[in-house]
Design a protein around this ligand. Structure first.
Ligand code: AMP
Ligand code: MG
Length: 420
C-alpha cells in the first residue's frame, strides 16, 4: 500500500471516487486471517470459527434403531394380509432386546431403541391390533426397512463434520456433541481497539457544555463488535490534537489486531487522523462512491489493520457493515460471504441523487401474500442515528439511479446481525 491522498489508481477519473465493491475487495485482499488457534470446550465455542476440519469418530446413529413406537418383525415376502405375531419381548431406548426374533414373532419397540437381531421392519403401533401377547399386523402395509433409521445415516465414521473457517452455530455445537466431542479448535479471538476522535465529544454520564455532543459512535461500535470472536479494547475519546492521536494509535498498534476509529478523516481543519496515519503507517484515503460514508481511511500501522471511519453516526454504521465487518470476519478466519440482498417492493418514494450508491435506511416486512415490502425510515441525513434505530435493512440504490417512485422494486440488505 502506498501513501496516497484522496484519489487513487482505481478511482473514477472524473469524480475521484471508488466503488463500494472495489474498496471492499481491496480491503479483503489486504487482510489475512489470524493463524493461532486454541482448543475450547463446546459450551464456550458458540460463534467462534473452526481452525481445523473435524471428522466424526463414530457412526451417528451408532446402531440401527426404530423411528417409531410400534412392533419390530422380520418381513416374510411370501405372507400377505393380516397375520398374528407373538410378542416375545421389548426394546426400549437405552435397553435393547438381546434375543433374536423368528418369523412368527415380534417385539414391542420404542423410538430410538435398537432394532433386534433378525428384524427388518417396524410397524407403527397405531396400525396393529393387540390381544394379550398376540399382535395382528397387516402385511400389505409393510415393507422391509420400514421405520428403521440405519447406523451412520446422519454421519459415517470418518465423515467431515465441519470444515475450517466455519462460524459455529447452535446446530454445529449439537453436531459435535452427537459424535461425543467435548472440545473444538477455534481461531484465537481478534483484538479490536476502538476510539472516537473529536474535541466536541463527551462520554455518557458527563454534562454537556455549549457546542458539545455525546459520543455515540464508540458505543455503537462496541455493540457491533460484541461478538464471540472479538475482544474490544476501548481507547475512549481522543482530542483533535496530533499528539493525542499519535499516542492512541501507537498504543492500539501495540496491543490490537485492528483499530477502528471514527471521525477526523475528512478535510476539515481539525481532521488529523490522516496526517498521523501517513506519519506512522501505510494508508489509503478513499473517497468512496457511497452515501452515507464517503471518506474512509484504510491501512496498517505495524501489524495492526486500521479502519478510519467517518464521524457521522450513520456513516459509521454503514461503513462498518460494508467494509470493516467483512474484513474482520476474514481476519477471524471466516471466508468472505457477501451479505445477502433481496428484492422488495418499495412502498414509499425515495429521494436519490445520481452519482453514489445510497445505503438508505429501510423497514423490511412481508405482506399477507409473502412478498417483501420496504419503506423508508424517513430523514436520511448521516447524522440521524434514529434512522438506523428504526430500520432493519439498508435499501441499496445503485450509483446511477435517481429518485425512486413508490411501487418500484428495490434491493434490500438486512442488517448483518439480523440474519447471520
Ligand atoms: P468528523 O468526521 O470528525 O468531521 O465528524 C463528522 C460529524 O460527526 C460531526 O458533526 C461530528 O460532531 C460527528 N461525530 C464525530 N464523532 C462522533 C461521535 N463519536 N459520536 C457522535 N457524533 C460524532
Ligand atoms: Mg471531528
Amino acid at each position: 500500500m502506498t501513501k496516497k491522498t484522496s484519489t487513487d489508481c482505481c478511482a473514477e477519473p472524473d469524480t475521484g471516487l471508488i466503488s463500494v465493491e472495489l474498496a471492499r475487495q481491496r480491503m479483503l485482499d489486504l487482510v489475512a486471517p489470524v493463524t493461532a488457534y486454541e482448543s475450547l470446550e463446546l459450551q464456550q465455542s458458540l460463534g467462534r470459527t473452526t481452525a481445523q476440519s473435524v471428522l466424526s469418530t463414530i457412526d451417528v446413529p451408532p446402531f440401527d434403531n426404530s423411528a417409531m413406537d410400534g412392533y419390530a418383525i422380520k418381513v416374510n415376502p411370501v405372507l400377505q394380509g393380516k397375520v398374528w405375531y407373538r410378542q416375545i419381548g421389548s426394546s426400549f431406548a437405552g435397553s435393547p432386546f438381546t434375543g433374536t426374533i423368528a418369523e412368527n414373532e415380534c417385539i414391542r419397540i420404542m423410538t430410538g431403541a435398537v432394532i433386534p437381531e433378525g428384524s427388518d421392519a417396524v410397524i407403527m403401533q397405531e396400525n396393529v391390533a393387540v390381544q394379550a401377547d398376540e399382535v395382528q399386523i397387516d402385511l400389505n402395509e409393510v415393507s422391509p426397512g420400514q421405520n428403521i433409521r440405519y447406523a451412520g445415516e446422519d454421519l459415517k465414521t470418518g465423515a467431515t463434520l465441519l470444515h475450517p473457517g466455519k462460524r459455529l452455530r447452535q446446530a454445529d455445537i449439537g453436531l459435535l456433541a452427537s459424535v461425543g466431542l467435548n472440545s473444538v479448535s477455534v481461531f484465537r479471538k481478534l483484538r479490536v481497539a476502538i476510539l472516537s476522535t473529536g474535541d466536541e465529544l463527551r462520554s455518557v454520564g458527563q454534562a454537556l457544555k455549549p457546542g458539545q455532543i455525546y459520543d455515540s459512535n464508540r458505543y455503537t461500535l462496541r455493540a457491533l463488535l460484541e461478538q464471540p470472536g472479538i475482544d474490544v479494547i476501548d481507547l475512549g475519546i481522543i482530542a483533535d490534537d496530533p499528539g493525542s492521536i499519535r499516542e492512541a494509535f501507537s498504543l492500539a498498534a501495540g496491543s490490537a489486531d485492528a483499530i477502528i476509529s471514527s471521525g477526523g478523516v475528512s478535510v476539515g481543519d481539525a481532521d488529523y487522523v490522516k496526517e498521523i496515519l501517513e506519519e506512522t503507517g501505510t494508508v489509503d484515503f478513499w473517497r468512496i462512491a457511497m452515501k452515507p460514508g464517503k471518506p474512509l481511511a484504510f491501512g496498517q500501522i505495524d501489524q495492526c489493520i486500521f479502519f478510519g471511519l467517518p464521524g457521522n453516526p450513520v456513516s459509521v454504521m454503514a461503513t462498518y457493515y460494508q467494509f470493516a465487518l467483512p474484513a474482520l470476519r476474514k481476519m477471524m478466519g471466516q471466508g468472505y460471504e457477501p451479505f445477502r440482498t433481496y428484492q422488495a417492493n418499495c412502498l414509499t418514494a425515495l429521494r436519490k441523487t445520481p452519482g453514489r450508491t445510497d445505503f438508505q435506511r429501510g423497514l423490511l416486512s412481508q405482506n399477507e401474500s409473502g412478498q417483501l415490502e420496504v419503506s423508508t425510515t424517513g430523514g436520511q441525513g448521516s447524522h440521524l442515528l434514529s434512522s438506523m434505530s428504526h430500520a432493519n435493512c439498508f435499501i441499496i440504490l445503485p450509483a446511477g439511479s435517481s429518485d425512486i417512485e413508490a411501487g418500484s422494486a428495490v434491493t434490500v440488505q438486512p442488517f448483518a446481525e439480523l440474519i447471520y
